[in-house]
Design a protein around this ligand. Structure first.
Ligand code: EPZ
Length: 467
């Protein structure tokens, strides 16, 4: 019997600073379990560097738009088609969740599906699946909009520190729903949703999208003030408007939603290119002193990354729907602060961290969105980086080179960053916990291989846990 063992536990032990004796006991229990199961297989990426990445890469559809548009299809009573859907594990999980609710999904190609939501009668999302998955919170807004009630497991997702959903709840309540959070689940019920004015106390991507979802079919007009402006918010609004919704102002900080009676079916929608995947390859070009043409992207969405790359000594050429990034020297030192769009995105912070780890001088990153997004720096230090992270800031004392080492992806973007680090490091890097990367990047190793990286996915038996 073969198992792919997702080794999150091992990693979590080390990052929670548990006492050594406790780590040892937990490992022994795990070890017995592993032998009981039989042979365990771990998937990892083995990367041999250094490589200067050169060539072309095509960007997939945006993960964070896809995981909002998939639940948004629940607001339609009929069939719709989604194109440019990224083929990633988060999308596959979401499709499974929709199927358990009664939707019928037909895969036309690897990146195109047809969803028929006619048979959706159930508003109770499977707790085990939704609680592991952050973006499952969008089921609350869409099921509330469709059925007037929703039950979803308290969302999990990447471990980036506290991830409250008070603004989502505040918006649902303002629209007339009763919300209860207990026993690991969130339940929302409304006899009728009525449009109103909602001021977001914090700029939140998730709360903005969830409020849009809940108000598309509500009675009257909903206004969201202090809304988030990320490209995927505009994409969700574009999708819903294509289906007959009346949403205005998406991409600005005031969004108005005029409730409509129903949405149309039988329309197609193509998901926007992934801003973060494009940015990841831009920073991979810079870190590796390479030359990459990034195709199928929207350069305007990447303005703040372009500005930083120019500041640290790179060259960026805009070709309308593609962008070429070149670098031929060690990056200059820089200070970066993550902010809501159009500021520098937190989801490109770890990838920028790899660039600054080898900068000429001392650089600083301030993380203003998530309280715990520097876990990757401990892994980078294993590769020879000199980074001191404390709270929401990290100081990067630039080193000339990194050296390959076994490292663990602590979350999705940390995984992408460590992959880039493996490409530029001298020698072999073994990157573990790659299921995090598979959640959000389509064919990542193939895309890097096409740019010249020496990278392979290896499945290895592993039952060895030493204390
Ligand atoms: C989205 O998360 C993305 N996830 C994240 O991407 C991204 O890092 C984040 O936006 C910021 O851009 C998806 O789109 C699925 P937020 P979300 O609500 O919506 C606080 C990735 O790697 N907050 O904008 O959960 C919150 O704690 C992932 O692709 C509240 O206080 O983020 C955070 O500090 C990781 N109360 C800040 O707002 C709330 O009710 C921004 O969070 C909601 C949020």
């Amino acid at each position: 019997m073969e198992f792919t063992f997702k080794f999150k536990v091992y990693d979590t032990l080390h990052h929670n600073h548990l006492p050594n004796y406790l780590i040892c006991v937990i490992k022994r229990v795990l070890k017995s379990y592993i032998f009981y199961l039989g042979v365990i297989y771990l998937e990892k990426l083995v990367i041999n560097g250094p490589t200067r990445l050169k060539g072309e890469v095509t960007i997939s559809g945006a993960k964070n738009a896809a995981v909002a548009i998939l639940p948004a299809t629940l607001l339609i009573n009929g069939i719709c088609r989604l194109e440019n859907l990224p083929n990633i594990s988060d999308v596959k999980v979401y499709c499974k969740i929709l199927e358990t609710l009664g939707a019928k999904i037909k895969w036309i190609t690897d990146n195109e599906i047809e969803i028929d939501t006619t048979g959706v009668t159930c508003a109770q999302a499977p707790l085990d699946m939704t609680s592991k998955f952050r973006a499952s919170y969008y089921l609350l807004g869409s099921l509330l909009g469709r059925c007037g009630n929703a039950e979803v497991g308290l969302p999990g997702g990447c471990n980036l520190g506290a991830r409250p959903i008070d603004q989502h709840i505040k918006a649902f309540e303002a629209l007339g729903a009763k919300v209860d959070v207990s026993q690991g689940k969130i339940t929302a019920k409304a006899k009728k949703l009525v449009g109103t004015s909602i001021y977001m106390d914090i700029v939140s991507v998730g709360a903005t999208i969830n409020t849009i979802l809940a108000s598309v079919l509500a009675e009257g007009t909903t206004t969201i003030d202090n809304a988030a402006k990320e490209p995927h918010i505009v994409d969700v609004a574009n999708f819903l408007n294509t289906m007959g919704a009346d949403i205005r102002g998406a991409g600005t900080d005031v969004i108005k939603i005029n409730g409509v009676k129903e949405l149309r079916c039988n329309s197609s929608y193509s998901i926007v290119p992934d801003q973060i995947e494009a940015g990841t390859f831009m920073l991979a070009a810079v870190a590796s002193k390479g030359d990459i043409l990034i195709k199928n992207c929207i350069p305007e969405h990447l303005d703040c990354i372009t500005a930083k790359i120019i500041e640290i000594g790179g060259t960026v050429e805009d070709y309308g729907d593609s962008i070429r990034v070149r670098m031929n020297k060690r990056p200059n030192k820089a200070t970066v602060k993550t902010l809501p769009y159009p500021g520098y995105p937190t989801d490109l912070q770890p990838q920028m961290g790899v660039v600054l780890a080898t900068s000429d001088g001392t650089s600083i990153i301030h993380e203003s969105i998530w309280e715990s997004r520097f876990q990757y720096t401990f892994e980078l230090n294993k590769m020879g980086a000199k980074i001191t992270a404390q709270g929401k800031s990290a100081v990067f004392e630039g080193v000339k080179d990194l050296t390959g080492a076994p490292v663990y992806a602590t979350d999705l973007r940390a995984g992408a960053a460590l992959l880039i680090a493996g490409v530029i490091a001298n020698g072999e890097t073994q990157l573990y916990n790659i299921e995090h990367i598979d959640r959000g990047y389509e064919n990542i190793e193939e895309k890097f291989r096409n740019l010249g990286a020496d990278i392979k996915r290896v499945s290895e038996p592993n039952a060895k846990i030493d204390c």
